[in-house]
Structures are given as C-alpha cells and as structure tokens.
Design a protein around this ligand. Structure first.
Ligand SMILES: [Zn+2]
Length: 120
C-alpha cells in the first residue's frame, strides 16, 4: 500500500523532531503532501494510525495539507499551478514546461504535549 510507506516516513520524521525537542508525546503532526503523490487522505490517516501504534505518536492527529502541482515554463520562466494536462504555459503558450512542485512530502510541524503547565 502506497499510503503505508508514506505514513512510515512521516512517523520517522516526526520521531526525529520529537527527539530533538526531548518530547515524549506528540499530539499533532502536520504534513504537506504534493498532489502529484495522489495520496488519499483517509487511507493515509488509517495507515498513520497503524504505523504509530505503540509509539510516542500513538493517538496523534494527522493534519494533511494538499500542495498543488506547480509547473515552470522553460521558455519564459513563468510559474503556474497545474490542474490540467497537457501541460502548456499560460503566459507564452510554450509546451516546454517542467514540474516545479507538488511532488513533495514534508512534515511541516509537530505539536507536542506539554507535560508541565507553568501558565497562569
Ligand atoms: Zn512560458
């Protein structure tokens, strides 16, 4: 399952972040997933639940933000978000267009449970 390997990478990155902050419990993991990855959010949440079971990530909420596919025109260097194929630059009409984004998988932030509350 495609989503399961993504969930495992998310867990690995979140663990590293938690370790850096000395956190023992993570409440929320925010991820940015490029649309080119064609991830199904519900499947990713399910996979994340399985992958995080028995770890400091268990019970954490997975927030999924979709990142649109972006393209760059090789002729005029125009960046655009891509929703349709075939690819064509909407600035100069060139077909010489490359993908510039939307293939990323990134943990944008994690939220950590506060063990001691000092706030008044
Ligand atoms: Zn162009």
């Amino acid at each position: 399952m495609h989503e399961f390997s993504i969930a495992r990478s998310i867990c690995r990155i979140a663990f590293e972040e938690a370790e850096k902050h000395g956190a023992s419990c993570i409440t929320t993991v925010c991820v940015e997933v490029g649309m080119m990855r064609q991830v199904v959010p519900e499947l990713l949440r399910t996979a994340f639940g399985v992958a995080s079971k028995g770890t400091t990530l268990e019970g954490a909420v997975l927030e999924i933000h979709s990142v649109p596919i972006t393209t760059r025109c090789c002729s005029c260097n125009h960046f655009a978000s891509c929703e349709t194929l075939p690819l064509q630059c909407d600035n100069c009409g060139s077909n010489d267009v490359q993908f510039a984004g939307g293939n990323d998988l990134r943990v944008s932030s994690i939220r950590i449970a506060e063990e001691v509350s000092n706030e008044h």
